[in-house]
Design a protein around this ligand. Structure first.
Ligand code: ACO
Length: 315
């Protein structure tokens, strides 16, 4: 994983918008988040995380076959951030593309990679979730600017003879697209004086509605992968939810019958890093010994689209 050095605390936000540390912590659980310096891009963060993942996996960049970057905040609309990371890594033998599934991005990208590995089309995949959300946040909107942070997580996936990914689930519902979206910058509202004046190039969200759907969809999805793998919550040692909000996570754990002590959370330190969130959490849970070899882990995510997905793996 890689996060920017710069820490933005709730106390810092108190000086920027009408908010309090107490409000942010009680509604979200977030204490601080990382924010990239101006000029630092999503591919910069993705590259740093990728280098560490390749080192851990003892895989040379030139031997990577599939390179997927999940991001909502690409460096540019095109080319893909994946191609930019490929070039910087020297992963000349890889095919690269981005996955756009907002906060569900890393789970969607891991499931996509798994499918290619299962068919034997590729022998390894470098999967990265990376975001510089700070570039797309309206820093005058207190209802959204307190929630998000920047960062990247990465993993190398390869076929295994036992364990690995045992069950997956993905879903989407475009009827609620405007619950969480950024209207400007695409073909609908290309950049213009008017689009900038209307602040269309910033993230917009109906937080209360997102909250309700997120809880329901993530709980259902987590239950589905456990049922598909013929496992119950007692068999799961660690639950890695998308790190958006402690209250959402606690409600998901309740509805999916997962004991809260098995639920990993690091959003206090990073906020919601969207497509990077599950992979950053997985990284820290493994690094800190929370996840051990052979443990069953459920990763579950929810994001704009709306999109949701889960995977159950044996580490
Ligand atoms: N500081 C102080 N007050 C605030 C702030 C703030 N930063 N933001 C909003 N408020 C005010 C609102 O204006 C409102 O005031 P009003 O009653 O006078 O109008 C009041 O706080 C209550 O607002 P609510 O929206 O009812 O507060 P709620 O308890 O729903 O919490 C929150 C808001 C934290 C955004 C919550 O709805 C949430 O977490 N939603 C999910 C959003 C999310 O995580 N999205 C990420 C992408 S999707 C995903 O990752 C799951």
């Amino acid at each position: 994983m890689h996060v920017p050095q710069k820490v933005l605390t709730n106390a810092d936000l108190e000086k920027m918008v009408e908010t309090t540390d107490e409000w942010i912590q009680s509604r979200t659980g977030i204490r601080e988040r990382r924010v990239a310096e101006v000029g630092t891009t999503t591919s910069d963060l993705a590259y740093e995380a990728a280098v560490e993942a390749l080192q851990q996996a003892k895989l040379a960049a030139k031997d990577v076959e599939l390179l997927i970057v999940a991001t909502t905040t690409p460096d540019m609309l095109f080319p893909s951030t994946s191609c930019l990371v490929q070039q910087r890594l020297g992963a000349t033998g890889a095919v690269g593309f981005d996955v756009s599934a907002a906060c569900s991005g890393s789970v969607f990208a891991m499931i996509t990679a798994q499918q290619y590995l299962l068919t034997g089309r590729y022998r390894n995949a470098l999967v990265i979730g990376a975001e510089v959300l700070s570039s797309f946040i309206d820093w005058t909107d207190r209802s959204t600017c307190v929630l998000f942070g920047d960062g990247a997580g990465a993993c190398v996936m390869q076929p295994v003879s036992r364990g690995g990914i045992l069950a997956t689930d993905m879903g989407s519902d475009g009827s609620a697209a405007e619950m969480l979206y950024m209207p400007g910058g695409g073909s609908k509202y290309p950049p213009s004086h008017s689009s900038v004046d209307q602040r269309l190039h910033f993230l917009r969200m109906n937080g209360t509605e997102v909250f309700k759907v997120a809880v329901r969809r993530m709980a259902e999805s987590a239950k589905r992968v456990m049922a598909d793998a013929k496992l119950t919550p007692e068999h799961v040692e660690c639950f890695i939810p998308h790190q958006a909000n402690t209250r959402i996570i606690e409600a998901v754990a309740k509805f999916a019958d997962l004991p809260i002590e098995k639920v990993y959370m690091n959003l206090q330190r990073y906020g919601n890093t969207s497509a990077a969130s599950n992979l950053i959490a997985l990284y820290e849970a493994v690094r800190d010994g929370v996840i051990k070899r052979d443990d069953h882990v459920v990763m579950v995510a929810f994001g704009a689209g709306l999109t949701w997905g889960s995977l159950l793996l044996q580490w």
